[in-house]
Design a protein around this ligand. Structure first.
Ligand SMILES: [Zn+2]
Length: 373
């Protein structure tokens, strides 16, 4: 079962990042973003001349399940397209172990093949902040963006607790997993479970250690054949599609095997903890364990700020900076700290009003609630 720290990082082909990751993250596979690569195909290999070969390149890249399949398919399509001397393709082939799914699918990536999480984060935060923002505006807007993220998370949590997904089969496994998985993950699992009836297993090999089956769709021609291998000593079942290793959700092929074996429930090794409703409860418990550590850090920071304040007051010059310390999940009175060399600065209306009232409890929070986006 995939567990522990991340085993893979996905970025574009930035050279500096490649070098830094090779030095700093030694035990992590550095994978290149598929979107950034495939998006350049039309630009780099003369779009109109090779339009009909694009589908073949895509098929070779996405549907090769083993390195051998990819290498045979790649040579074939490159020759067919008469692109054997193309510099860009040759460079791309040199780094194929960093981006072709057949080489990286065995490592858990939550089914991601692109740097989508970073791109989505950029896009999301750009709706809230810009380089024209002052520091105060940036912090205010950034906090507002975080509030939005947290609201969405609460909304999803609410659905997980209160909504019951619609079941599509009579398998007891489906009902059990609807209670265990979060709704979003359950629907992915449900689709695989629902599809398993369309597949037929055939025993191809058996000895004292392993049983091997081929799995193919009952109807449809030209569809690929998957291979299921059962380790008899550990009872572990693996599929050549590597969906479980990559996404942490069992594929329809393994579920077809379980169905044939009349397994009613999944063993723990096939239930990824991070996809369960219980995962957040565990995370909350861990946060609680770290409370003392955080408290000590905050105390240290508070003492440091007090020292800075004392030094600044002794100097007798500088402007006032609002510093806020969060404790007990609430907002305390911001500390007034004098800093050197800043000179006078213009103050906003809200800040003036807050100062006038002589108390600032929650000023930042309030500004988040009623400001614009
Ligand atoms: Zn499979």
């Amino acid at each position: 079962m995939p567990a522990g720290p991340p085993k893979m990082i996905i970025t574009d082909q930035d050279l500096a990042m490649t070098k830094a990751i090779s030095v700093a993250l030694l035990n992590m596979l550095h994978r290149y973003c598929m979107w950034h690569i495939t998006n350049k195909f039309f630009e780099k290999i003369r779009a109109l001349a090779h339009k009909e070969h694009y589908a073949e390149f895509k098929n070779c890249i996405w549907n090769s399940e083993t390195p051998e399949q990819f290498e045979v398919g790649w040579v074939e399509v490159v020759n067919k397209a008469n692109l054997s001397g193309n510099d860009w393709l040759e460079n791309l082939y040199e780094i194929h172990e960093r981006w072709v799914p057949a080489y990286v699918r065995h490592i858990f990536s939550a089914h991601m093949t692109s740097s989508q999480r970073a791109e989505i984060s950029h896009s999301f935060f750009k709706r809230y902040v810009s380089k024209q923002n002052s520091l105060l505006e940036f912090v205010t807007r950034f906090e507002r963006a975080l509030s939005k993220v947290r609201h969405n998370e609460l909304d999803m949590d609410h659905k997980d607790v209160n909504e019951k997904p619609h079941l599509k089969t009579m398998y007891s496994m489906e009902s059990t997993m609807s209670e265990i998985y979060t709704i979003e993950i359950f629907y992915m699992f449900q689709e695989e479970l629902f599809q398993n009836v369309a597949y037929k297993l055939t025993t191809t090999y058996e000895d004292e250690h392993h049983s091997v089956y081929t799995v193919r769709r009952v109807k449809g021609s030209g569809l690929r054949v998957r291979e299921i291998v059962v380790d008899k000593s550990s009872n572990h079942v693996g599929c050549s599609c590597k969906m479980f290793e990559c996404a942490g959700i069992l594929c329809r092929h393994i579920l077809a095997y379980f169905s044939r074996m009349q397994m009613e429930d999944l063993r723990n090794e096939y239930i990824l903890w991070r996809w369960t409703k219980s995962a957040k409860a565990m995370r909350a418990a861990l946060t609680e364990d770290g409370t003392q550590f955080v408290e000590e850090l905050l105390s240290l920071g508070e003492k440091k700020l007090c020292d800075m304040k004392k030094v600044s007051q002794d100097d007798g010059v500088g402007s006032s900076i609002q510093v806020q310390i969060f404790r007990d999940h609430g907002l305390n009175e911001p500390l007034q700290v004098r800093a050197k060399g800043c000179g006078k600065r213009l103050k906003g209306e809200k800040e003036k009003a807050a100062k006038k009232a002589r108390r600032c409890n929650g000023w930042l929070w309030n500004s988040l609630q009623d400001g614009d986006e």
